[in-house]
Ligand binder design. Structure first.
Ligand code: NAP
Length: 256
């Protein structure tokens, strides 16, 4: 059974993995046996992340390539770099994402475009480049990191909600075009995850008790909660799972 989840010999690229959820997903894939390429914008942060993670794995299993996922040519360069320097790309995790909180009436179009291009267009750009290599080989896994906001809205985060909803349907569009070539494209939609980024929300008593009350599991998620689903969707265990968005949210999206 464990062979179904074994990623030994597979090459994975995780965008936005210099920190946060992407970093934890990269570690999970590496622990399942994959050679993992980390990515981010800041070369300094990326080098530090590569150095830190490399200490826990055999030499050469953790690599890094800095590129901007919102840029067409940079995305092509990044995927080409992996193919030429690490090996044929088996697994792509489109994780890079940003948030921008402001009421819609005050929202500048530049900020709208910045969020949509980082949280949605990037998955098309990097996904298209990856698929161009995966399709001739007849196999590949693409995992798009969405959010409960793929399905639910909240005030002040309109571009994020629109982008994550779009990402859910982009997952379906990729499936419609590429599944017959042996690719599985799915999405993970995390709920509220306790990370460095959300520590201030955890510390906010009112927000924290709203989250606990709103979540049937009565707790925040952890990055560890995302590891198993990510390994499953990256592995042969999910070879007939196509175009799905898996909500990892303690049940938040099934209750009102
Ligand atoms: P984070 O800690 O802010 O990390 C974001 C990562 O994305 C960093 O590695 C950053 O690189 C990279 N990045 C940003 N813009 C980029 C670009 N243009 N090109 C390449 N890399 C870029 O984020 P996070 O909270 O872990 O979130 C990761 C993903 O999970 C996002 O898609 C987010 O929407 C989703 N999510 C998060 C939560 C949560 O509770 N945190 C819940 C649901 C969904 P640098 O370090 O170089 O800036």
């Amino acid at each position: 059974m464990s062979a179904l989840f074994d990623l030994t010999g597979r090459v994975a690229l995780v965008t936005g993995s210099s920190r946060g959820i992407g970093n934890a997903l990269a570690r999970a894939l590496a622990e399942a046996g994959a050679t993992v390429v980390l990515n981010g914008l800041s070369t300094e942060r990326l080098a530090k992340a590569e150095q830190l993670m490399s200490a826990d794995f055999p030499e050469g299993r953790i690599r890094s390539c800095a590129f901007d996922v919102t840029d067409d040519e940079a995305a092509a360069y990044g995927v080409r770099w992996v193919e030429e320097n690490v090996g044929p790309l088996d697994i792509l995790v489109n994780n890079a994402g940003i948030q921008h909180r402001v009421p819609m009436l005050e929202l500048d179009v530049k900020d709208w475009e910045r969020v949509v291009s980082t949280d949605l267009t990037s998955a098309f750009l990097v996904g298209r480049e990856a698929a161009r290599h995966m399709i001739p080989r007849g196999r590949g896994k693409i995992i798009n990191i969405a959010s409960v906001q793929a399905d639910l809205a909240r005030p002040t985060i309109a571009p994020y909600v629109a982008a994550k909803g779009g990402l859910r349907n982009l997952t379906r569009a990729m499936t419609a075009e590429w599944a017959s070539s042996g690719l599985q494209i799915n999405a993970i939609a995390p709920g509220y995850i306790h990370t460095e980024m959300t520590q201030n929300l955890v510390d906010d008593e009112a927000f924290n008790s709203w989250i606990l009350g709103r979540t049937p599991a009565n707790r925040w998620g952890t990055v560890q909660d995302l590891a198993g689903p990510a390994v499953w969707l990256a592995s042969s265990a999910s070879d007939f799972v196509n175009g799905q968005t898996i909500f990892i949210d303690g049940g938040m999206t099934v209750v009102v």
